[in-house]
Design a protein around this ligand. Structure first.
Ligand SMILES: *Cc1c(COP(=O)(O)O)cnc(C)c1O
Length: 479
């Protein structure tokens, strides 16, 4: 059989042309994005967007195809992108992504990913040391905070439940403690594990949306009376909606007292272990049994890459196996290099390369600068909001997540909710800035996450001014 198409697909010259075209286009895009001269989000109705791509010309010129993709996507490199917690990837990691996609090495078994497996060990050892763990700690990289949290809880259950849950399943009622403000993926992980409603023991939050550790004893006692064996407690650093960091040190003491596994969901803010200014807010994280940190949020990497780190490395081998119960310190051979024994994934992308490239080219200071700058900008935005009588903060921000709303004296709480909801949607449709929203105890708030170091006080002030303009017609209609 003649295979002209396949010859085209693998032609070297075409690859070179496409590659150069793409880098030029993206460089142009980056320049425009940084100047913030274009829209941040080109919002279209989902049905219209679907039609556009259904009717897309076949064999479109590649450069045009790439440009259309850029033009019809949200732009995280725009300083006016202050919405969800997605990093504007450091451009060098986009370039290394091309390398990793091209090489397509895996990491299930060592032979299929020689360099990236060794590098994964080095990166996770570095993270463990930065956390304050000792040399018994081990970690690995996995596809997202959601999967990392599930994997951590599976390990916790395997270690804490002595009935051999991996082999025998479990009949007793098991449960975990978690703050009502935690990311929904913790709840989902518990349900996937079969814990059900009754196994997810929600600890109430304080007025500042942190776990209320004063309520822990009572919550645990109540669970015990209902016959639930609690095996783990999860702290958030920070929680997603408000960016509040749970009191990790207090949770650690509670966990130790009751023999519970302590997992820290630091998907968003774990990178602050590198921040000379804000590391102190994570005090107690070094006492955790496991910690999840997303590279694609506060560490400038493309999605997805998450580190899951275990204080006692041998626990990481127990997640998907009953055995592997050797102690690392006296293990004859610890086959850390066959990653699939410990990860949920079989095939996994060469995600360690993003971490290595950043560290190798810029050093750990790059994470300090990034996190510190963005957390400080969160505080600066709070000060700007406080000076404007048209707006109020939901709470003092602890990180780069800020929740606030527009207020007007003459409006009821219900009308204020409607105002802020309509305001957010008007902004999305208009597209210059991108922000999100959240409901806190029944109140509708606007929410920003400052993810881009180029977002400055001037842009944040411009956001408030713009919101006031957009509010005018909405206020007319509310009256
Ligand atoms: C983003 C986030 C998650 C989910 O992580 P993914 O990488 O999106 O799967 C979990 N927990 C917290 C606190 C988060 O901020």
């Amino acid at each position: 059989m003649k295979t002209p198409l396949l010859a085209d697909v693998y032609a070297v010259e075409a690859f070179q042309t496409h590659g150069h075209q793409m880098v030029d286009l993206l460089a142009k895009h980056l320049k425009a994005a940084q100047k913030a001269t274009r829209k941040t989000i080109p919002y279209t109705d989902p049905e219209i967007e679907k039609k556009f791509w259904e009717q897309y010309p076949e064999k479109q010129d590649f450069q045009t195809l790439a440009q259309d993709l850029i033009d019809r996507s949200i732009h995280v490199h725009q300083p006016k992108y202050i919405g969800h917690q997605v990093a504007p990837p450091a451009p060098i990691t986009a370039v290394s992504s091309m390398l990793t996609s091209f090489l397509n090495n895996g990491s299930a078994v060592y032979e299929m990913g020689i360099a990236n497996t060794a590098i994964e060990r080095i990166i996770t050892d570095q993270l463990c040391a930065q956390l304050g763990f000792d040399s018994n700690a081990r970690g690995f990289l996995t596809s997202g905070g959601t999967l990392a949290n599930l994997t951590a809880l599976l390990a916790a259950r395997s270690v804490k439940d002595r009935s051999g849950v991996w082999k025998n399943g479990h009949e007793e009622s098991l449960g975990i403690l978690v703050c009502e403000e935690a990311h929904y993926c913790v709840d989902r992980a518990a349900r996937i594990m079969g814990l059900g409603d009754k196994g997810i023991l929600k600890v109430p939050a304080t007025t500042n949306y942190a776990m209320d550790t004063a309520a822990l004893e009572e919550t645990l006692e109540k669970a015990k009376q209902e016959g639930i064996q609690v095996f783990a407690i999860v702290g958030s650093a920070p929680s997603t909606a408000t960016g509040t960091i749970d009191p990790l040190d207090k949770i650690a003491s509670f966990a130790q007292k009751h023999g519970l596994w302590f997992h820290v969901d630091a998907a968003h803010g774990g990178a602050a272990i590198y921040s000379t200014t804000f590391k102190k807010d994570l005090a107690g994280i070094e006492k955790a049994d496991s910690v999840a940190i997303d590279g694609h949020k506060m560490m400038m990497m493309p999605a997805l890459t998450t580190a899951l780190l275990f204080k006692d490395g041998s626990h990481s081998y127990q997640t998907f196996s009953q055995k592997a119960d050797y102690l690392l310190s006296d293990a004859d051979h610890e086959d850390w290099y066959n990653m699939a024994k410990r990860t949920f994934e079989c095939t996994k992308s060469m995600m360690s390369i993003h971490w290595f490239v950043l560290l190798n080219q810029y050093g750990t200071s790059v994470f300090d600068e990034f996190v510190t700058k963005l957390y400080q900008m969160g505080r600066q935005f709070a000060e700007i909001i406080k000076k404007d009588a048209n707006f109020e903060l939901a709470l003092e921000p602890q990180t780069n997540i800020v929740c606030f709303r527009m207020v007007q004296k003459q409006l009821s709480e219900k009308e204020l909710n409607t105002l802020n909801e309509r305001l957010r949607f008007a902004l999305v449709q208009e597209g210059s800035f991108y922000i999100v929203q959240t409901k806190l105890r029944g109140t509708h708030y606007l929410r920003v996450t400052i993810m881009n170091p180029k977002t400055d006080p001037e842009i944040l002030s411009a956001l408030l001014a713009h919101l006031k303009e957009l509010a005018k017609p909405i206020l007319q209609n509310l009256k």
